[in-house]
Ligand binder design. Structure first.
Ligand code: F0G
Length: 346
């Protein structure tokens, strides 16, 4: 498959001057989840965004945002990030020969994501604050200096990210009944809603899904109906965000689609994380949040039997090895002889 700028060219703000940037992002698999479908009494598909080139959905928006930055003559890009945005920005900047600066919350970014930003050659600034602090700093820097901001407040990011909705409709032949996804800074839910609506306007789908956005309980301003949460806390560090920049768009997506916001505790998130892994699919903790939410709503009798649901698994499990291992039994160490191995496995 070609990259997104080529595959969905007619739907994207591409001109003759937009570079043909691609790391073969997008075209990720929609994986049926038989065990969870049975448990939830629905037809559940997992949109496995962890198979993008840098291991998260951020590549969709970043290929568009960096291509436009190049088109506009930028030589430096900047972003705040809980990790995945920085990995994607660093990769596409490296590919385009741009300098990349990332601000991250010190101590609250998964190891794999940090390793990616380092390897792709970004300049990393770990601030003594959270994502919300980092975002306001980079917004100010980009206003006052000739540096392109590539957070999802950059509208090209949402343009690129809406292509995930296109892929789901292209594959299922229609929109699902429900689209469930994790919500942090609230760009992705807004981008999906834009994508589904655009496909309907163009007559490619007649129906639209209900948008179900799930937050971590310790970082859930939208689910709690608040403007912001001051000290967001969750082990799902990707969505450890207290003041979502696209809250207004996300609220519109939920209300226009007849959807909902809800939240899951860290324990519920990790329980869902293992249930997804037992289907053979490994995602990072934040990505398990929508499945945790579906399990919760099913238990409350709020999930209509037989619904066709797509849960977006936004990032790859390999990005966050520490969280995986913290919650797993360590392997049993035995002597390297047949007797000891057999005694353990039989
Ligand atoms: N899932 C993962 C794995 C993420 O990395 C993010 C956001 C989200 C869900 C939430 O998406 O912000 O569009 O609502 N990560 C950003 C980052 C904040 O810096 O990588 P959102």
């Amino acid at each position: 498959m070609p990259g997104l700028l080529e595959r969905y060219r007619d739907f994207l703000p591409i001109t003759d001057k937009t570079p043909a940037l691609s790391l073969h992002e997008g075209s990720t698999p929609l994986i049926h989840a038989p065990a969870l479908s049975k448990l939830l009494d629905i037809e559940l598909f997992l949109k496995y965004e962890g198979l993008n080139p840098t291991g998260s959905f951020k590549d969709r928006g970043m290929v568009m945002a960096v291509a436009k930055a190049v088109e506009d003559g930028a030589d430096t890009v900047i972003c705040a990030s809980t990790g995945n945005t920085s990995a994607a920005a660093a990769a596409y900047a490296a590919r385009s020969g741009l300098r990349c600066i990332v601000l991250i919350p010190d101590g609250n970014i998964a190891l794999g994501k940090l390793a990616q930003a380092v390897a792709y050659g970004a300049q990393i600034v770990a601030i003594n604050g959270n994502f919300d602090d980092a975002l306001s700093l980079v917004q100010q820097i980009s206003r006052e200096h000739p540096i392109a901001l590539v957070n999802s407040v950059n509208p090209y990011r949402l343009q690129g990210q809406k292509t995930a909705a296109f892929e789901i409709v292209d594959e299922l032949g229609a929109a699902p009944d429900i689209l469930a996804l994790p919500v942090g800074n609230a760009g992705n839910i807004s981008a999906y809603w834009m994508g589904f609506r655009e496909y309907r306007t163009r007559g490619i789908t007649d129906t639209l899904p209900r948008m179900w956005g799930f937050q971590a309980a310790g970082a859930a301003p939208l689910a709690r109906g608040l403007e912001r949460v001051d000290n967001p806390e969750t082990l799902a560090t990707a969505i450890r965000i207290g003041a979502p920049a696209s809250a207004h768009l996300a609220r519109a997506a939920v209300s226009e689609s007849g959807g909902l916001f809800d939240m899951a505790t860290d324990d519920e998130i990790m329980d869902a994380y293992f249930q997804i892994a037992r289907e053979g699919v490994f995602c990072e903790p934040a990505s398990a949040t929508p499945v945790a939410g579906l399990l919760k709503l099913h238990a409350a009798g709020k999930l209509k039997p037989g619904s066709r649901v797509v849960a977006v698994l936004t990032g790859n499990g390999l990005k966050d090895p520490n969280n995986a291992m913290r919650n797993m039994a360590a392997p049993v160490a035995v002597k390297a002889d047949m007797e000891s191995v057999l005694a353990t496995i039989l």
